[in-house]
Design a protein around this ligand. Structure first.
Ligand code: NAP
Length: 305
């Protein structure tokens, strides 16, 4: 049974109008936990639209019930199934059907919707990609997220659909880097691809941008890219993350360069993203080196005012 639970009072200085109740799906996830922080820093209330409040994306009825009961002003839909081990129908049920349920529920109460999508809706055969590039995914996860985008835009044409890249944070290690570290510390080798290019996004800049889209930029609709402005191959990015998370110098000898293309035809290679819309809206797009340099100097990049 859903119950009203706003959590703690906002800790930040409210920057925009009245205090909003910002619903977050996926609040327990890697992005979601920083979204809750960003919402509070902007002076608003995070509202947990997750399983702990009875919302299961596999059950559209529960989505409608919980959204109606908790009545958020705006919703950031960050929950998804991303585990590559899942069957395609699970991707579809959580990501497409679940996102359609979220869009239907938010539209029914007139709440603003910001939907979190991924660069993997694109094939990587024609990068860099503009904000409005047509989806042409290669894998099951990307297909389900592309289908989710289409459902959300059909149900709520006013929704903002945000395509982002690999998410990393400096407060908590991301899953990929954690897996790499484990392997290397077990003494195993690690191959990282030099032909897979991404624009990794700092989780706190992404979270701040999503909150701005939710609250301050309600007229923004359709797809837009929000990522870091530094394109890096997976090997270069992986090495930077391993260094940040303290991999011993000697273990770097076991990190070897490889190429995805000859062996993995379903891996999207060049997912560089054009950031014209994000820049025009004043959303922060710090590159990895800028974020790491400033963090090393103990001065994290400023969030937009
Ligand atoms: N991570 C990346 O590098 C990356 C890159 C591009 C785009 N994205 C997108 O960014 C968003 C956030 O990704 P993330 O890496 O932060 O995700 P994550 O850490 O894997 O967390 C997934 C979240 O979704 C929730 N969830 C999954 N199935 C659910 C269900 N049936 N009902 C309700 N909630 C459910 C989980 O809740 P439980 O804790 O209850 O399971 C969890 O809070 C996703 O939309 C993803 O597609 C991620």
């Amino acid at each position: 049974m859903a119950h009203r639970d706003d959590g703690s009072a906002p800790t930040g200085e409210r920057r925009y109008g009245r205090v909003r109740r910002i619903g977050i799906t996926g609040l327990s996830g890697y992005l979601g936990e920083r979204l809750a922080v960003a919402v509070q820093q902007a002076g608003h209330h995070p509202v947990d639209l997750g399983r702990s409040n009875g919302l299961d994306l596999l059950d559209p009825g529960s989505v409608q019930d919980v959204v109606m009961a908790l009545a958020p002003d705006t919703v950031i839909h960050a929950a998804a199934a991303a585990n590559p081990g899942r069957l395609e129908d699970s991707f579809d049920a959580v990501n497409r059907v679940g996102s359609a349920a979220v869009a239907t529920a938010t539209a029914s109460i007139g709440a603003r919707l910001v939907h979190v999508s991924t660069d993997l809706v694109l094939s990587g055969r024609a990068g860099p990609y503009a904000d409005d590039a047509a989806a042409d995914p290669l894998g099951a996860y990307g297909r389900s997220k592309a289908a989710a985008e289409a459902e959300v835009r059909r149900i709520d044409p006013t929704a903002a659909v945000v395509r982002t890249s690999i998410i990393y944070g400096l407060h908590r290690i991301d899953r990929s880097t954690a897996g790499f570290l484990d392997r290397l510390r077990r003494g195993e080798p690690l191959e990282l691809f030099t032909d897979v290019v991404r624009q990794p996004v700092w989780v706190d800049a992404l979270a701040a941008g999503l909150v701005r889209l939710a609250v301050e930029l309600p007229a923004v609709s359709g797809t837009l890219n929000l990522a870091g402005d530094q394109a890096l191959d997976r090997a270069a990015f992986g090495r930077r993350m391993l260094a940040w998370w303290g991999l011993e110098r000697s273990a770097f000898d076991r990190v070897v360069d490889g190429r995805a293309a000859p062996t993995f035809p379903a891996v999207a290679l060049d997912l560089r993203l054009g950031l014209d819309r994000a820049r025009a809206l004043g959303l922060a797009c710090h590159g990895v080196d800028e974020v790491l340099t400033r963090a090393t100097l103990n001065a994290p990049p400023e969030q937009p005012a």
